[in-house]
Design a protein around this ligand. Sequence first.
Ligand SMILES: Cc1cc2nc3c(=O)[nH]c(=O)nc-3n(C[C@H](O)[C@H](O)[C@H](O)COP(=O)(O)OP(=O)(O)OC[C@H]3O[C@@H](n4cnc5c(N)ncnc54)[C@H](O)[C@@H]3O)c2cc1C
Length: 326
Amino acid sequence: MKLLENISLKPYNTFGIDVPARRMAVLEPGDDPSQLLPVVHGRYFVLGAGSDVVFTRAYDGTVVRLDDVHNVTRIGDGMVRAWGGMTMDRLIEWTLQHDLYGAENLSAIPGTVGAAAVQNVGAYGVEAKDVIANVEAYDLQQGAMCSFTAEECRFAYRDSMFKHNPGRYVVLWVTFRLSSDFVPNLSYKALADVPHATAQQMRQSITDLRWSKLPRPEEHGSAGSFFKNPVVDEATYLGIKEKYPDMPEAHPTAMAMYKLSAGWLIDRAGWKGHTQGGAGVWPKNALVLYNTGVCTGDEVTALAGEIVDDVHAKFGITLIPEAIMV
Ligand SMILES: Cc1cc2nc3c(=O)[nH]c(=O)nc-3n(C[C@H](O)[C@H](O)[C@H](O)COP(=O)(O)OP(=O)(O)OC[C@H]3O[C@@H](n4cnc5c(N)ncnc54)[C@H](O)[C@@H]3O)c2cc1C
């Protein structure tokens, strides 16, 4: 395990916010994770690729990271075990090269394999839970390795049991259950007309679609979708729909709840393209807050706070950030 002192976090978060951390511990695949125990006394934070975090101030503690190395093995029929520190996109590229399918709709999400399990990432009709079989994590509370089935992970919309035990588990390995037959998942409306004859084509279509709506991290920092889509009851949905007939149609989910488009609410409230200090609302997608050049975490949280208040005043809905403030 590597230990680094007084390190800038700018290269370690996709928002590009420049704050220092007192210490960073970097674990590699062959390392004994119990080496983490002495360094996590006091304040610490487990960081993946930093694509869903906003650092609001200097981090006076230890940032724990898994080294971003490619480490993936086929362990059985359609089963693939991947290191938590590698990016999901690199893993998906590898799976297609090995004729294994099912994760291609998650292409180009800039996060790690470990965080994909924590966050139950989702895109274009697929969620990580659809392909995860098992998660191996180090329990920093018990000082022991543990293994969880997908059911034990209690996956839900951008949620898992790991999110309800913040800082307790470091996800080291994730096993995915994939298929040797490519069946394109076109359930997401915008995919109806995209080229999808092969898995590679599907992956390219997803990637193109993604970057037509989102800022590329190398050009403008962001955390992707900044807010979760709010889930409301039927009366609330119908009340807003009556007042704003142009609101996109929502369909009831399992519990007869309706998932509304947070992006539409923010856009309708007039925030799309607005900038304030170094932070802004992405002109092509109001769900995304971005770094216009040089921005601080405080500027991002101030803008997010104003949006939350305004959307609440206009629609009676409280938006919840998906991005994590640190
Ligand atoms: C341009 C862009 C597009 C995006 N598109 C999508 C999208 O389509 N769908 C989607 O769901 N998300 C999307 N995201 C958000 C983000 O990529 C995901 O939430 C991703 O899973 C975060 O991964 P990360 O490795 O960057 O984790 P981080 O942002 O570093 O951390 C996220 C959380 O996971 C925890 N964590 C990270 N790694 C571990 C680990 N190994 N063990 C335990 N806890 C850990 C952290 O403590 C934190 O709570 C996007 C982000 C960007 C910038």
